[in-house]
Design a protein around this ligand. Structure first.
Ligand SMILES: Cc1cc2nc3c(=O)[nH]c(=O)nc-3n(C[C@H](O)[C@H](O)[C@H](O)COP(=O)(O)O)c2cc1C
Length: 333
């Protein structure tokens, strides 16, 4: 079975990509993932806060006024809260490149272009084949409208695109109000691909301590349909962009659905953290077997067969399906 695909200019033997996570931190794990069928690996992110902290510490050391910026930076995570310091991160890219054949995709996570550009270039020079930009941003300022939020991300994409030669993908949150328009703007700004979707962590409240508790739950496949909807809409509209699904891909059927909806690649994290690297081999082999059973000769033949490229009005289709679902709640599955 020909499972090959292309993603961000990379020719991959199959669509299974290890998503941004600590799975890249341990070389033995990286080797086991490649042995189990991984086609590429995304590094966990270098966070803008890490780079900001490094700059502030340097500035503080020079000015010897450590307290002057202490309050302003009090929300920033401490260096120890990050897996790898920025320089170690670059070294880890080099180590992975030396240890395995699969391509490495770097990841930057932040909300402004300032300060990352140097690092984007360094990630490229360390051997990354592509770069994922994760603009993790909760738009909580009432003075900032949706156009400003989008513009900031577009500025980042334009700046990073100018700074590096490798392809860049933007990892989006599902919370944009006009995603089709925004995807068109991202393509015009230079994005080569979109990764759908970032998961926001879900804050909880400790009612005794009166503290916010950032909790992270492993995903489950119920998160996939949101991705399928937008993969089907956007991949049908933006033929020049590559798409990756992230969030809720746990088994072979999830992979096949995402590819049918238009994904060039699928990223897995939670399923591998829960079941271990061997799970990828099961997913890989089950994708091949199921494609055969469904009568496809290749992933390329199947890709996008369920996208909405030929649908003249995806919004009307969505409303029709919505009404149908509301009327069918009594029906037996
Ligand atoms: C422990 C952990 C660390 C992660 N670190 C990052 C990160 O550094 N950058 C990023 O863009 N996404 C990060 N993610 C998000 C994953 O890349 C992925 O988008 C998300 O987990 C959804 O995929 P899944 O359903 O396969 O878990 C992380 C996820 C987990 C579970």
């Amino acid at each position: 079975m020909d499972l090959s695909t292309t993603y961000l200019g990379l020719r991959l033997p199959n669509p299974l990509v290890i998503g941004a996570s600590p799975l890249c931190d341990d070389l033995d794990m990286v080797r086991r993932l490649e042995d189990a069928g991984a086609a590429a690996i995304v590094m966990h992110s270098v966070f803008e806060e890490q780079l900001t902290r490094e700059r502030e510490h340097t500035a503080a050391a020079l000015a010897a006024h450590v307290d002057a910026f202490a309050e302003a930076s009090s929300f920033l995570p401490r260096p120890a809260e990050f897996h790898l310091a920025p320089d170690e991160y670059l070294e880890q890219i080099r180590r992975i490149r030396a240890a395995v054949a699969m391509p490495v995709i770097g990841s930057l996570n932040g909300v402004t272009a300032a300060g990352w550009l140097d690092h984007a270039k360094r990630i490229q020079d360390a051997g990354a084949s592509a770069l994922e930009l994760n603009v993790y941003y909760v738009a909580s300022d009432p003075g900032e409208d949706a156009a400003q939020v989008e513009r900031r991300t577009l500025d980042i994409v334009r700046s990073v695109k100018r700074a590096v030669a490798i392809p860049i993908a933007v990892k989006l949150s599902p919370s944009f109000s006009a995603l089709s328009h925004f995807a068109r703007e991202l393509e015009a700004a230079g994005a080569d691909g979109l990764v759908l979707f970032n998961r926001f962590y879900q804050p909880d409240i400790d009612i005794a301590a009166l503290e916010i508790r950032p909790v992270h739950h492993a995903s489950d496949p119920s998160e996939l349909p949101l991705r399928l909807r937008w993969l089907a809409i956007l991949s049908g509209q933006r033929a020049r962009l590559d798409f990756a699904a992230t969030g809720g891909v746990h088994d072979a059927h999830d992979v096949i659905k995402a590819v049918m909806a238009g994904a060039h690649a699928v990223q897995l994290v939670s399923a591998l953290l829960v079941h271990g690297p061997q799970h990828l081999r099961t997913v890989h082999d089950n994708v091949a077997r199921t494609l055969d059973e469904l009568g496809y000769a290749s992933v390329a033949e199947m890709r996008g067969c369920m996208n909405l490229a030929r649908c003249p009005d995806a919004s009307a289709l969505e409303r029709a399906n919505y009404v149908r679902v509301l009327h069918s709640w009594r029906d037996k599955p």
